[in-house]
Design a protein around this ligand. Structure first.
Ligand SMILES: *Cc1c(COP(=O)(O)O)cnc(C)c1O
Length: 481
């Protein structure tokens, strides 16, 4: 390919991306793909002969871009998925053009990753010794990285070398979570050989926050049974309600009991940038590790998670392996990123992080985040003011947990009414999604079916919130006929 051919195609690609982004808000948030469009992708035959770039770009414009997940739209409130930051979108092209393996050495991507990991730590106020973190595919991977370090430290303290001996024969290591802890923690515990039955779900208070007294009692019970408590996972924003744990009392207890405190900040850690809610994060900096997702509230294009640890030596102790073919003086004192995590060849994620943060600046990001938390509180008010809706949790960050609760004139028992409300609210998210004017998802909370709206997009307006609630009600009418 000539460089002129590449340049022309790149301009077309830029136009496609710009048209896509510019057109999003006017279209449906999401729509089911029609069968022919789906089959075009599913059944695509392996091409024997190549096709010119302009044809491929035409296919992308016709067969791919018109069928998004919906998360670029200002009325997307599902799960925890953000619209892409435009600066981050642009950076992906330059990063791919360089295509380094950000493993280590003396090239721009490696130094930029060290800088943006420090920026991320500074944004959330977490300590950052050199080497104390790395970018990952997401928080699922960052959690595996952090929990491996926690596991190995605890085993070492018990006279056990997990890397050499494995876990067999060792008294079980026990970790503490809550019922609202993200599934990636259990997955990490399973993969790390800890066993999910050794993750204890500790009671949370009515505010959804981990109860330190219940935690203390659980630790005492496990110690008395000869088990080895080693880990507490606290949340800087749960998926269900956006609850932020009270870190200080948990950190006190962890210090006293010599447990590793890990904080899952995937969704919520960046909420600390909003002065209005920053107080909720007091004590976050005392954690031993923090996993968080620039690809959520910051809008860095997927994928980008980040693992931060207080003591970089713990990561290196868990992961460092430098075979002779990887010896490299240029890697410097900190060595390779692969000595701190699972991957060897690593993508150049740092450029899109750099672009996203540098474009908005800390102040711009803080303003964006403050806007979404204010919108979430506003949505909470709208829900509270509406007799047919019920707010189910205090709005602590930017997630609103609520349900549709139409007046019940039938005089049913509470139990029958709850069952009917569960059936109704269980069906609403899919119905809202199909209608195409807004997108939200559901969850179970304290045994009830709930609706949850996650506000991440600063382009969302108050009018969008009203549309969302109108759509929830319209979907409810579909349910009852
Ligand atoms: C998204 C999320 C995770 C998982 O992170 P991935 O980036 O999807 O791997 C974990 N915990 C919370 C609270 C999340 O919102």
């Amino acid at each position: 390919m000539t460089s002129d051919d590449f340049r022309a195609a790149a301009h077309t690609a830029a136009d496609l991306a710009a048209d896509h982004l510019a057109g999003l808000a006017a279209g449906p948030v999401w729509q089911p793909m029609d069968d022919a469009a789906r089959r075009t992708l599913l059944d695509a035959p392996l091409p024997a002969a190549g096709r010119p770039l302009d044809e491929l770009l035409a296919s992308v414009g016709r067969d791919v871009l018109p069928y998004p997940m919906g998360n670029g739209h200002p009325r997307f409130f599902g799960w925890v998925n953000s619209a892409p930051a435009p600066a981050g979108v642009l950076a992906t092209l330059a990063a791919a053009a360089m295509n380094p393996s950000s493993a280590g050495g003396d090239h721009a991507d490696v130094h930029l990753e060290r800088a943006v990991v420090r920026w991320i730590a500074e944004l959330v106020g977490f300590p950052h010794p050199p080497g104390g973190g790395l970018l990952t595919s997401g928080t699922s991977m960052a959690t595996i990285v952090c929990l491996a370090a926690a596991r190995n430290r605890a085993a070492r303290a018990a006279g056990w070398d997990v890397r050499e001996d494995g876990l067999a024969g060792m008294p079980p290591l026990v970790g503490y979570v809550t019922g609202e802890t993200h599934s990636c923690v259990r997955k990490a515990a399973e993969l790390l050989g800890l066993g999910s039955k050794h993750l204890r779900a500790v009671a949370a208070g009515p505010d959804g926050r981990l109860d330190p007294a219940a935690l203390r009692a659980a630790i005492a019970r496990d110690r008395a049974a000869g088990l080895l408590p080693f880990l507490v996972v606290a949340s800087a924003g749960t998926v269900g309600t956006g609850a932020v744990d009270a870190f200080d009392p948990i950190a006190d207890l962890c210090a006293e009991e010599r447990l590793w405190l890990h904080v899952d900040g995937a969704y919520g850690a960046f909420g600390v940038l909003d002065p209005e809610i920053a107080h909720r994060y007091a004590g976050l900096a005392r954690a031993d590790s923090l996993a968080l997702d620039p690809h959520k509230w910051l809008g860095v294009p997927v994928d980008c998670g980040c693992a931060l640890v207080r003591d970089p030596a713990e990561l290196r102790a868990a992961f460092s392996l430098v075979p002779s073919y990887l010896r490299d003086e240029a890697a410097g004192e900190l060595g390779w990123f692969s000595e701190y995590g699972t991957e060897q060849t690593r993508p150049f994620r740092a450029l899109k992080v750099w672009a996203t943060i540098a474009h908005r600046g800390r102040d711009g990001l803080a303003a964006d985040i403050a806007r979404t938390t204010a919108l979430a509180r506003r949505l909470g008010e709208l829900v509270t003011a509406d007799p047919e809706l019920e707010l189910l949790a205090e709005v602590q960050t930017s997630i609103v947990a609520f349900r549709l609760r139409p007046a019940d004139p039938t005089g049913r028992t509470d139990e029958a009414e709850e069952a009917a409300l569960d059936a109704l609210n269980r069906d609403i998210p899919a119905a809202v999604q199909r209608r195409g004017r807004a997108f939200l998802t559901g969850a179970r909370l304290d045994g009830r079916e709930i609706l949850r709206a996650c506000l991440l997009n600063p382009a969302t307006t108050e009018e969008d919130l009203e549309v969302l609630l109108a759509e929830v009600k319209a979907a409810g009418c579909e349910h009852t006929g």
